[in-house]
Structure formats: C-alpha cells, structure tokens
Design a protein around this ligand. Structure first.
Ligand code: AMP
Length: 569
C-alpha cells in the first residue's frame, strides 16, 4: 500500500486509494488534520501533532511549528537542549501519519507519495525526500500540491476536457497552477507562487492591528511580549480570522500585566488591513496566466485548496478576479491529500485509474552563469544562460553548449542557478562543477551542458567535453541546506533513539495539554474549577481502568469545551 501524504505547513494529512476512491485516514484522535507541530514532553519524550500544538503556548521553548518554511536550509530549530533540522521535524510528523495509517489499515506502509509546493526549490524537494527517508518511507514520487488538488477534482469529471486553475493558499505558502485535462492526460501548463505568503500572514496582520489599535503597542513601548502572551495573541487573532463573516463584528481581547486590551474588527476593516497581502496574491495568478497563454475566460474551473481559502475575503477576491465562483465541492483542507492518494493509486496501477496520465512542468528556469562579450576581448561576467526554461513539461533533458573565452584556460567552472533574473546574482545558487579542459586558444573548446530534470523535480547536470569525449556528471551537494546521504544515515540512527510518546496514550496526553493551556489562561475561580477536574482525570488515569479513563476523559472534555466556549479568561 502506498500512502498519499500532504505535508503541510500548519497541518498534515494522509490518504489512501481504495475501492476506486481516495479516502482520508483519521489519526489516533480520529481527526483528519494532524497539526505539523513537534514538542518535547516534560519527561523528554517527543509529542507530535495536536498535543504538541496545545503546548505551543504553555511550553514555547519545548515546542515548534511552521518548520516547513525552513526545509532545504541549514537552520537548526531548538527544542529544549536539542537541535533539529526542518527535515528531521518533518520526519516526526511523517512518522506519526505513517503509524496512524498502519494502525487504521492493519498493514505496514513502506512507501509514500508526498506533496510539495510547486514552487519548492531543488534543495527543498531533496529535504522532503530526506524527511521520508528518515521515517523509513520510500519516496519515489514527490507531487506538486496544486497538481494534487487538480487531480482530486479531475478524477471526478474526467469525461470532460477541462482547463483548471488551482489557487492554493496554505498556512505558509501560496501556489497557483494552470492545468489542462485532455483525453485523460493532465498537463500542468504553468505554475507560479510565493513561498512566503500564507494564512499565517493574515493572522499576523490581525495580531499586529490588535497591538496597534488596542493600545498594547504603546504600553509595550518597544519591549517584546513574552512568548506565552505572544502565543495567546496569535490564538486570538486566529480565532477572529476563522470566524469573521460579512455580518457581525468580532471583539478581540487580551489580558496582559493585569490590564485588558480590546479591539473590535469587522470584515470590511479586515479586508482593508489585508489589502497588501491580497495584492501579493494577484501577481502569481497573472504570471501563471501569461505563461500558460490561457485567458481567464477559457478556464473551466477555479479550484481552491489550502485552509486559508476558507476566508471569505479571499474567496471574494478570487470570484472578482475570474468573474465566477470557485469550485468548492471538496474540503479545501483535504483536496491535496486526496490528490496524493489518487497519485498513489496511479502508482499502484489501480485499474480504475489506468487511463489517466500525468504530466507536470518545471516550476522555474534552471541554467548556468556565462560571460557576455561586450567588445573585442571584453567580457562581462555573471549573466544567466537558462538551459531548462520555466514551465517546460517534465521529465526533460536539454543541452546548451559553451565555449572557452580565454586563451589556454585549463579549467572550466560551470555554476548552476535557478530563477528568472538576467543576472545570476539575483537567482538561487544550486551548485557547480569544476573540471580540467585541454589548454587551447579561446573558442576552440566546446562543452555541452546537459540538464535533466525528473518528474519529482530533481536536477542532474552533465558536462561533456567534445574534444576529449570526457563527461563530468554534476551532483549538487554543496548546498548547506541539503543533507548528504551520510548525514541522513547518521541522523536516522539518532532519531531512532528518540523516545516518542506512545500512540495509545496520545488522546489522554492531548487532553491534558489542552487542560494545562486553559488553566494557564484562566484566573481565580475558573482556575480552581479546572484544577479539580484535571486532578480527577489524573486520578482516573492512575487506576488504568479503561472504562473509568474513558468516562473521565468525556467529563473533562465537556468541562474544557464549556470553559473555552464561554471564554472564561
Ligand atoms: P494548510 O497549510 O492548508 O493546512 O492551511 C492552514 C491555514 O488555513 C492556516 O493559516 C489556517 O489559519 C487557515 N485556515 C483554516 N481554516 C480556516 C478558516 N475557517 N478560516 C480562515 N482560515 C482558515
């Protein structure tokens, strides 16, 4: 069985293809979304998912989230005394999804299709693969998230020929793709995006506006908020973001140093505050349309994916942009995971999917640095020579040749970049190959540079010296953000030694984490009330009597729902 996985910035989901259909797999708590959060429990065991998210506020130094943003970089994220890379934290989320799926299906899972933003760079894709390897999952196929969303929709009406635009706004990334389904072939015509724009930015906008208009900022006078209060402010902002509707205004409040801060916001004001973010959403849409040479009127469907497209201000903007309402048959949180299960089904060659073929494109251009002649024997270095241009269908292999510019030069240095800028300094450095060449007069040595970009978005480059028939294959390993196979091997052993919180107790642990969070938020009588219920639950846990534990869990859940619903704090 191949598992489809949407490894999201905020939440992750797993799905499988079974009985001719994609199904989301519930986690140990019976929920579809597993928060992409990792933390250390008080006894040093690792908590993954909702239990960790509950502790973001109460134990900010022991908990971490939104690490997908650091995939493919060498940033280390601190949890207590330990440090982890983003791919290691991602591997813990993958591990939790894998174990939940195994428990649900009653069988071992060894392979997965994992989705990545279409705009992910080579290093970020390699990091995602490494996260799979660190989990003991074979990841032969990475699937672009918008392609997955379209696949989830395309399968439903594959009788029709269709042109889709997928508008995918997740927690931390934004992707736009234009796809065409024709005779059972799904072709990605163009994709564009912004790796640093997502639902979290809308939350931050609300939090910032709150600080400004409630008087908190003035009170702070440049001092930062403590981490726990920062988290409370973010939670309040998140609540408001999710609940704003056309009609009612919502009040936000925050208690800080014995003072209450309040601010009221309605949808119109929210839309005004978010105007810069909404403007940034328009740019990739325009670029993708231009690249695909498809006019907005030719699109059959606009598909929404990513939890942040639930925001009415985003839906309205999309409707205004395209002059029609977007498709909303699937839950935008689930579309990508369902599509990854479709791809997993394809890979398993399920009979029901045989006639659907997928094609994809390279999301950015890739090329090398060259020098341009600006006069006799005068060259200007640092120019970009694209070899594979953006939005070329993949897999693809393209060759360009370069010749020497100095007499008797003995070495050639091929420097590889990705990006769209005319000058390489503005593009992303990927790696280089240096090799010896026969010392001849300028222009006498020609080298073919071949780039091969595979269906999972991994680049290989090869230099072929025509005079000697020598070939140098390029393995791009110099990127500090990419783990070497040795590092992966080493960290695999280290991660295997980590103690992970037992899966069968995660429901109780999550409830306790939530209770602790609410206790810290409450004051006075509400605190007392909570403390006695928490103590009763802990006493029930100690009896290890499953029936009592279940009853006590239901009771405490009811109490917490009540406390949270009433906003006691
Ligand atoms: P994803 O990465 O697709 O899981 O997207 C999660 C993002 O969607 C987060 O920024 C959430 O705050 C946002 N989100 C989820 N549900 C809603 C909702 N009902 N209204 C507004 N934003 C939401």
């Amino acid at each position: 069985m191949i598992l489809g996985i949407d490894l999201g910035t905020t939440n992750s989901l797993a799905a499988i293809w079974r009985d001719g259909k994609a199904h989301i797999i519930p986690n140990a708590l019976g929920e579809h979304l597993t928060p992409s959060c990792v933390g250390l429990d008080d006894d040093g065991t690792i908590l993954i998912g909702k239990a960790a998210r509950e502790r973001l506020q109460t134990h900010p130094h022991l908990t971490t989230a939104v690490f997908k943003r650091y995939m493919g970089s060498d940033k280390r994220i601190r949890l207590g005394e330990q440090e982890f890379r983003a791919e290691e934290l991602s591997s813990m989320v993958l591990r939790s999804l894998k174990e939940d799926a195994e428990a649900f299906l009653g069988q071992k899972i060894e392979e997965a299709v994992i989705t990545v933003p279409a705009y992910f760079s080579d290093a970020q894709r390699k990091a995602t693969r490494a996260a799979g390897q660190l989990t003991g999952l074979k990841v032969e196929r990475l699937l672009n998230e918008p392609t997955a969303a379209a696949l989830a929709y395309g399968i439903q009406d594959r009788e029709q020929e269709s042109k889709f635009l997928v508008f995918d706004l997740g927690g931390g990334t934004f992707d736009v793709s234009i796809l065409e389904l024709f005779d059972g072939v799904m072709e990605v015509r163009a994709s564009a995006g912004d790796n640093f724009l997502g639902g979290e930015d809308f939350t931050n906008t609300i939090a910032d506006a709150f600080s400004k208009y409630s008087g908190l900022e003035k009170h702070l006078n440049g001092q930062p908020l403590d981490l726990a209060t920062q988290q409370r402010l973010r939670d309040e902002a998140e609540r408001v973001k999710r609940n704003l509707t056309e009609t009612a205004a919502l009040e936000m409040s925050l208690r800080y140093q014995d003072q209450d801060y309040r601010w009221e916001v309605n949808e119109e004001a929210f839309a005004r505050l978010c105007e810069p973010l909404l403007a940034r959403l328009r740019l990739p849409v325009e670029r993708a349309l231009r690249d695909s040479t498809i006019r907005p009127a030719e699109l059959n469907t606009v598909v929404l994916a990513g939890g942040a497209t639930r925001m009415p201000i985003v839906r309205k903007m999309v409707a205004r942009m395209f002059g029609r309402f977007p498709a909303m048959q699937l839950d935008p949180d689930e579309a990508i995971a369902l599509g990854s299960a479709v791809q997993a089904g394809l890979k398993m060659r399920d009979a029901a999917l045989e006639e659907v073929v997928m094609t994809d494109v390279s999301p950015y251009s890739m090329g090398i640095a060259t020098s341009r002649q600006i006069g006799p024997n005068q060259y200007s270095p640092g120019h970009y020579l694209p070899i594979i241009e953006r939005n070329t269908p993949v897999p693809v292999s393209r060759t360009k040749n370069v010749t020497t510019i100095s007499d008797y030069q003995k070495k050639l240095n091929v420097v590889i970049y990705q990006g769209e800028s005319r000058l390489v300094d503005n593009n992303v450095y990927l790696g280089k190959i240096e090799f010896d060449i026969p010392a001849k007069k300028a222009g006498e040595i020609t080298v073919d540079i071949r780039f091969t970009y595979d269906i999972s978005g991994v680049l290989e480059a090869e230099a072929h010296i025509l005079a000697t028939q020598e070939k140098h294959k390029v393995v791009i390993t110099e990127n500090a953000g990419v783990m070497t196979p040795e590092e992966i091997e080493q960290r695999l052993a280290a991660l295997a030694d980590l103690k992970i919180h037992p899966r069968d107790q995660i429901e109780n642990r999550t409830l306790l984490a939530r209770a602790d969070r609410l206790y810290e938020l409450s004051l006075g009588d509400a605190r007392d009330f909570l403390a006695s219920h928490i103590a009763a639950f802990q006493a029930a846990l100690e009896t290890q009597n499953p029936l009592r534990v279940r009853e006590a869990r239901a009771q405490l859940t009811e109490v917490l729902d009540h406390v949270e619903g009433e906003g006691y704090f």
